[in-house]
Design a protein around this ligand. Structure first.
Ligand code: GRF
Length: 189
């Protein structure tokens, strides 16, 4: 059995899709949901799917024993960041090389980096006048949004679109492609 941990800071709609997608998979299982927000929507999804949770703050993530005490007991094969807003410490990247992935709601390297998350991304896309945006699924390194890309999928941006309309078009792509990409990565390793 391949084991996934999903980390999210907000609504967790991607986390929910991932839990749904793998809920009856005989080879892949979501074993842990992590968050840095005690009121994050993702905690409700974890309850619905009966998945253990962990809530921690930024400081805790950087503690030397964090991985050993909180993650290693779960035997995690892949850490999936689905709207997780904190920077991943280098010790995590060393411990899980090419085994932490993130989804970004734009076509990196455009519209990425510190401060470019959630609605900020779609506002920036709208302001740029670009005719297309999309999603990037990428490996995580110790810098925001800079790891090696795994998959990019594009969609149109129409001149009359609001940032909310752009966000909703992009989110549909995320919900479809993220679980399938996770599956592909895990089954090819
Ligand atoms: C998604 O757009 C994801 O790309 C970004 O944060 C958003 C999270 O949405 N990193 P949700 O919490 O999964 O609904």
């Amino acid at each position: 059995m391949k084991k996934i941990a999903v980390f999210a800071s907000g609504h967790g709609s991607n986390a929910r899709k991932i839990c749904e997608y793998f809920s009856s998979n005989p080879h892949i299982q979501v074993v842990l949901i992590g968050t840095n927000k005690s009121d994050a929507g993702v905690l409700n999804h974890a309850k619905d799917f009966n998945i253990p949770t962990i809530t921690f703050d930024k400081k805790k993530m950087w503690e030397q024993n964090f991985i050993k005490e909180n993650l290693m007991p779960f035997g995690i094969d892949l850490i999936v960041l689905a709207g997780f807003l904190l920077l991943i410490p280098p010790s995590w990247v060393e411990h899980y090389p090419q085994r932490i992935i993130n989804i970004h709601p734009a076509l990196l390297p455009k519209f990425g980096g510190k401060g470019l998350f959630g609605s900020h991304v779609h506002n920036a896309v709208k302001a740029s006048g670009d005719a297309e945006t999309g999603i990037t699924i990428h490996y995580v390194n110790a810098h925001y949004d800079e790891g090696e890309p795994i998959l990019q999928v594009k969609c149109s941006v129409f001149p009359q679109d609001t940032p909310e309309q752009i966000a909703s078009r992009v989110l549909k792509l995320e919900h479809f492609y993220f679980p399938r990409t996770i599956e592909k990565i895990l089954l090819s390793n």
